[in-house]
Design a protein around this ligand. Structure first.
Ligand code: FAD
Length: 385
């Protein structure tokens, strides 16, 4: 099938599925801070969350371009792909660095929906963006690792069977480079919780099912190691471009949703005997938000094409994430301004999406870290941290 047709098919399929989960569904879950179990199940059953899993393991073997279209359309429908995006962006680590045994064991079960790989454990309370300093350790003793430490902001941990966890396996004092000595483990949460792993939910400004994880001598088999011991930071970096592109696509979806809603409202709302959208003070900000979302989308498409061709795309993926997160946040502000008082009312969903899209200027990576990457790696300026 020509790529354009495949993309159109994907878009219309995801849109059709999302129509069964209207604004009221998301609004009610948001109020109760509940996980969208039924929506994620429907997406899984339709095969969308297995887009990146090769066909030989039961997935559809698509690229990041296609995966990003799925994420974009979810957010454009008014839903929140944050409930399920980790399966897409952690997949690369397992595909590229997992052993044959790990792939044969896990991928078919993830593709069929029997297992959920929705949790990714990097962030820690004391070290923040300075990932190489993370303090959670895994110590090898014979055939097992003993894990000790704490993670924070680990989203969907209560709704995931597997956790891709990054830990230090060699003390920082014993390695040449601070990025050495970190390793990736694939933890089975079903046996870990209550046996050394405790999960504590964190209530946040939006419905994101995020948590703190406490590891008190959690013992896991040595076979949970993904790839080589000590190379985990490299694997993490390898996966970041896909993550950036997928999040950029979600922001494009959000941005288009805000522009659509603001435009419609500006046409319908009549004040001083004319639609508010007739005023340049209302229509110009919406038009500008549209321009910025579409410009960001071009960078996202370019980054995804490079990624899928196996070409370097670090600069493009980072630029796409920054531009799209800023554009969706601008569009969110414009939508609230256009709705006036109603922008603050839960019944219009603008305030919910406003809270949801704000996250992407902070997580999974904050805008300053992207600027630091561009300054150092693209412009050749001195490292600032
Ligand atoms: C809702 C939510 C869900 C999340 N989900 C996950 C998850 O599933 N898994 C996971 O591992 N993490 C997750 N995170 C964590 C997220 O990736 C981090 O919050 C993010 O990377 C920023 O780290 P921090 O919060 O520690 O901020 P800090 O590192 O403390 O930074 C705070 C501010 O200072 C700025 N700053 C720091 N150092 C510099 C510098 N050198 N130069 C310029 N500015 C700087 C940052 O850009 C930021 O604006 C989530 C976070 C949230 C809020």
């Amino acid at each position: 099938m020509p790529q354009a047709d495949l993309h159109e098919d994907l878009r219309s399929g995801v849109r059709a599925l999302c129509r069964d989960y209207p604004d009221t569904y998301w609004r009610e879950l948001d109020a109760k801070r509940e996980y969208p179990e039924a929506f994620v199940r429907a997406l899984t059953d339709a095969g969308y969350l297995a887009a990146l899993i090769p066909e030989e393991y039961g997935g559809s073997g698509l690229g990041v371009s296609e995966a990003s279209i799925i994420m974009e359309e979810i957010n454009r429908s008014g839903a929140n792909a944050g409930a399920c995006h980790a399966q897409m962006y952690t997949m690369g680590t397992l595909l590229r660095h997992g052993s044959d045994a790990q792939k044969r064991t896990y991928l078919p079960q993830i593709a069929s929906g029997k297992l959920r790989l929705q949790a990714f454990g990097v962030s820690e309370p004391t070290t923040g963006s300075d990932t190489t300093q993370l303090k959670t350790t895994a110590t090898r003793t014979g055939g097992t690792y003993i894990i000790r430490g704490q993670k924070i902001w680990i989203s969907r941990a209560e709704h995931s069977d597997l956790l891709l966890l990054i830990v230090r396996t060699t003390p920082i004092a014993d390695v040449k480079k601070r990025s050495d000595g970190l390793s990736v483990l694939l933890i089975d949460m079903r046996t870990a919780v209550g046996n050394g792993l405790t999960i504590r939910p964190i209530r946040t400004m939006m419905n994101h099912a995020t948590t703190e994880l406490f590891f008190d001598d959690l013992e896991v088999p040595a076979e949970t190691l993904v790839g080589e011991e000590g190379k985990g930071f490299r694997y993490l970096i390898d996966g970041l471009n896909a993550e950036r592109i997928l999040i950029a696509a979600e922001c494009v979806g959000d941005g288009r949703w805000f522009v659509d809603r603001a435009t419609k409202y500006a046409k319908d709302r009549v004040v001083f005997n004319r639609p508010i959208g007739q005023n340049q003070g209302i229509q110009f900000p919406i038009a500008r938000a549209h321009v910025n979302v579409e410009a960001a989308n071009l960078m996202r498409v370019r980054a995804a094409e490079l990624f899928d061709r196996g070409e370097p795309c670090g600069a493009e993926a980072n630029m796409a994430k920054l531009l799209a997160a800023d554009a969706s946040w601008e569009a969110a502000n414009v939508a609230v301004q256009t709705y006036g008082g109603f922008g603050f009312a839960e019944d219009y969903d603008v305030e919910r999406k406003f809270r949801e899209t704000k996250l992407y200027q902070v997580a999974p990576i904050s805008t300053n870290m992207i600027l630091a990457y561009m300054a150092e790696h693209v412009l050749g300026l001195p490292r600032s941290y």
